[in-house]
Design a protein around this ligand. Sequence first.
Ligand SMILES: Cc1cc2nc3c(=O)[nH]c(=O)nc-3n(C[C@H](O)[C@H](O)[C@H](O)COP(=O)(O)OP(=O)(O)OC[C@H]3O[C@@H](n4cnc5c(N)ncnc54)[C@H](O)[C@@H]3O)c2cc1C
Ligand SMILES: *[C@@H]1O[C@H](CO)[C@@H](O)[C@H](O)[C@H]1NC(C)=O
Ligand SMILES: *[C@@H]1O[C@H](CO)[C@@H](O)[C@H](O)[C@H]1NC(C)=O
Ligand SMILES: *[C@@H]1O[C@H](CO)[C@@H](O)[C@H](O)[C@H]1NC(C)=O
Length: 615
Amino acid sequence: MRYPLLSALAASAAVAAPAASSYDYIVVGSGPGGGPLAADLARAGYSTLLIEAGGDEGENPTYADIANFNEAANDETTRWDFWVKHSDDPARELKFQHTTWDTGDGTFYVGLDPPEGAKLLGIQYPRAAVLGGCAMHNAGVCSMPADDDWNIIVNKTGDASWSAKNMRKYWKRIERNQYLPAGDEAHGYDGWLATSVADNSWAKNDSLPGTKILKRMAELTGQDPAEAANLVNRDINEAGDSVDETTSFYNMVTHADTKGKRSSPNNYIRATLADPAKYPLTVQLHTLVTRVLFDNATLKAGSTPRAIGVEVMEGASLYKADPKHVAGTKGPVSQILATREVIVAGGAFNSPQILKLSGIGPAAELTKFNIPVVKDLPGVGENLADNYEGSLLGLGAAPIESGLITMLFRTPSAPTKKRNIYTWCGAFSFEGFWPGFPAYHGPTQYTCALVHMSPKSQAGSVRLVSADPQDKPDVNFRFYERRGAEDLRELVEGANLLREAWQAAGDPVLPFEELHPCPGAKGGEKCADDAQAEYFKTQAYSHHATSTCAIGGDDEPLAVLDSKFRVRGVEGLRVVDASAFPVVPGAFPSCPTMMLSAKAAEDILADAKKASKCK
Ligand SMILES: Cc1cc2nc3c(=O)[nH]c(=O)nc-3n(C[C@H](O)[C@H](O)[C@H](O)COP(=O)(O)OP(=O)(O)OC[C@H]3O[C@@H](n4cnc5c(N)ncnc54)[C@H](O)[C@@H]3O)c2cc1C
Ligand SMILES: *[C@@H]1O[C@H](CO)[C@@H](O)[C@H](O)[C@H]1NC(C)=O
Ligand SMILES: *[C@@H]1O[C@H](CO)[C@@H](O)[C@H](O)[C@H]1NC(C)=O
Ligand SMILES: *[C@@H]1O[C@H](CO)[C@@H](O)[C@H](O)[C@H]1NC(C)=O
């Protein structure tokens, strides 16, 4: 049976609020955007309902122990598979080496030569449907964006509270730093998010091949090789005017504590739930929000639509991205009201989908699926951007003893003085995502993974394929569509530099045999830059999607939100998650999204105070 969406929309305002079904605030989605926000609103004394499609795996070691991040992202317990495209060119899509197919016998085929009759799925893009969102299955890498990634919001909206200087305040509020002596002005020590670093003492041992590579990397990037063993402990989240123009080694920070326990919104939500007498937070798990409800009286011409609640379908695995979903399964549908506001935080794919299902988005697209237009907002689901990621992967002639080398650097053709690549190197393999990732290439594997920052194209989109809220949307990143050649050149420059550094590894590791971007190349010999660019063009992957409900200025046609996260042209509705960023924030969005969430809490509470005064 198909749930009759349209008549439900019409009936929405008729629903009287049962006592347990009305809250001050409803937050949809418990990831880095929604999770901390719901906790903050409840801690300020407002009754808040946090609705999450997934369950709670906070105690499950697959999620709780940060070292298990690869298992976590593969785990069917929480996995949502989006099968995305990187371009509009089917031939280019079929060159992606980890293209995934459904063989029809319950297994996936991953590769370029599918068995007869296999059905093309696309490129796997995992998300976690679980309390804490993708911060529960990610690697926990925690990195501040460039100041400009915040300041651009000041420029677009005139709202000075988005300045990088001010945003640091939210970082200090949420961080519980476990790696620096107390008192560092750039850091917080008693927030809810634990941060820690690795022990990098290995770098003091000059005879390790990893240390030899490290020192050569120093030479190639203008750092003092004699200082390398100290620089690997530098704070990657330091503050200062010249930080974004600094090429340096750092110690990778993760949102985990010193015992290796993952720290995420899950911890903060649980700590808030632990004191129900003080904090009126309700969490409803295994519940899919199907759309936002509006006050019928405000849906006529001349008035501003007002969000008054959400419609939900209850049950586990209702969304078709869930590999455990059984075709045809539905759940009971009901409505829950919010007296103050609804805040959508479903992540960069689901927030635009929820808005569109609710009648907020490009009018033509909504009309195509018979969704009544509540507000024509052409930017919803557009503007999708992501970091380009790729890797230099090779096999040594012997295992490579090395710790993790983390470096932020600038390649020669970067458009500004700012560094443009975040790399981490070590005896592991990382080549993106597919069912069962990563591949093990044997004991001599060595990788430098590259995250390219500030992509110059934001031509991706998240578009509906139907009005069915259980369907996944169509996600197409349209990588490199705008100024792609420049970003590809920067990636190739990065790979060339790192390859050169590898040649310092010495005996018995040399010669390296490269697996990519220059397959078969030996001893540092490289393939042509063009071939490498083609490699990154067809094989780049990503997992930091943002900007599909972007904050923007009054004069920007694709702006979805104002600077206070309010959906433009609608009342009582905000979006607070990675989709709100107008540009991808630095190399890793998880911690920046938690900062954005803390800011949203402050903005929403300030509005609540104003509203109370008026009454
Ligand atoms: C495999 C992987 C590894 C990553 N590694 C890193 C990393 O190391 N460092 C880093 O900074 N970033 C990393 N990221 C990215 C980072 O985790 C995300 O950018 C971040 O989690 C985004 O937060 P969010 O709140 O916008 O969305 P999400 O984390 O996606 O949270 C959205 C939540 O909303 C729920 N939801 C969605 N739709 C509905 C609905 N209709 N009804 C009810 N609930 C709904 C989802 O179940 C989910 O829990 C990684 C991402 C992936 C996929
Ligand atoms: C809301 O509006 C729809 C369509 O305009 C109408 O059919 C419905 O009866 C209205 N509901 C209420 C409760 O007024
Ligand atoms: C903001 O605008 C100023 C003045 O036009 C400009 O100098 C600056 O580079 C802009 N910053 C960002 C991040 O866009
Ligand atoms: C340095 O590493 C080598 C190779 O693993 C090892 O034999 C040696 O003991 C190490 N030296 C120190 C001081 O740890």
